[in-house]
Design a protein around this ligand. Sequence first.
Ligand code: ADP
Ligand code: ADP
Length: 218
Amino acid sequence: MNERATYIVMLGPPGAGKGTQAKVIAEELGLMHVSTGDLFRENLSRETELGKLAASYMNAGELVPDDVTIAMVEERLGREDCVKGAILDGFPRTPAQAEALDELLTRLGGKVDLVPFIKVPNEVLIERLSGRWMSRSGRVYHALYNPPKVKWLDDEDGSELYQRDDDKPETVAHRINVYYEQTSPLIDYYQKAGTLVEIDGTQDIEVVTKDLLKVAKA
Ligand code: ADP
Ligand code: ADP
């Protein structure tokens, strides 16, 4: 009872496998999976003001401004279903977001406990993103590496899968650059904080999951 909440930040370039892994380990650890990309996409499909604002940045492969993103995460982590903590996927993505997260978690009586950094070389990222198929519920498939049981259909609810607009080759290359410019400084940030653990993201999905659970349960 009254145990402190646990917060895990999944770090890594687009296509590293953060979403795929976050879904599995959140379930295994009994934590909420909070993906800023999924939250923006949900807003987009509901045509909210936030969704409309985010869309222009997302389609261009740019980051949504920090203030908007931080406010959205603050609201999400403050909800009842996050009392035990969360696996953060796609957030923070800038040093300002990382500092805001530290402040927010202090207010919530927690801290960033662990930062698995999923390392994957660029040529693999491009291959992964160009074959990524998504379900509306946020499940992630790959045409070759993690195909659904029936082509283009979600295994669990049978809904039609889609390719993200921002997974087009031109946008993918730009998003990887944005990662190196704006997000990769966080490797150093969390290394200094003593929370970073490097994970080899080129291994099979199940092997990466095993490695992640090993460090999360240590
Ligand atoms: P991220 O959230 O980091 O952008 P995703 O979890 O969406 O990454 O994965 C990107 C694509 O790569 C998806 O199509 C997914 O099925 C596939 N994928 C994820 N992990 C692996 C892996 N270890 N090996 C092969 N393909 C993978
Ligand atoms: P991927 O899984 O390929 O890394 P995401 O689904 O996490 O992509 O994010 C898709 C897009 O949503 C990003 O390119 C960006 O426009 C926006 N986004 C997601 N998270 C953030 C964030 N923390 N800060 C700013 N923009 C974000």
